[in-house]
Design a protein around this ligand. Structure first.
Ligand code: SF4
Length: 64
C-alpha cells in the first residue's frame, strides 16, 4: 500500500501540503508536518502526489 513519507530534516513547516490537503497533512507544534490519514484510494493517492509536487523543500515522497 502506498504511503507518504516525510523527511523531517527537510520539512520547514511551510504548510503548502496542508493548504492543499488539510485532511491529510497538519503542521505540528514542532513545525514538522504530520500525516493524518493513510492513503485510501486513487483520489487520495493523486492528492498526495500533488502535495509531493508543491512541497518547496521536497520533504514528501510516496513509498510503495
Ligand atoms: S509542504 Fe513540505 S515543507 Fe511545507 S509543511 Fe508540507 S512537508 Fe513541510
Amino acid at each position: 500500500m502506498t504511503r507518504v513519507r516525510v523527511d523531517a530534516e527537510r520539512c520547514v513547516g511551510s504548510g503548502s501540503c496542508e493548504a492543499l490537503a488539510p485532511d491529510m497533512f497538519e503542521v505540528g507544534d514542532d513545525g514538522i508536518v504530520e500525516i493524518l490519514q493513510p492513503l485510501d484510494g486513487a483520489a487520495a493517492r493523486a492528492l498526495a502526489a500533488d502535495a509531493v509536487q508543491v512541497c518547496p523543500t521536497r520533504a514528501l515522497s510516496l513509498v510503495d
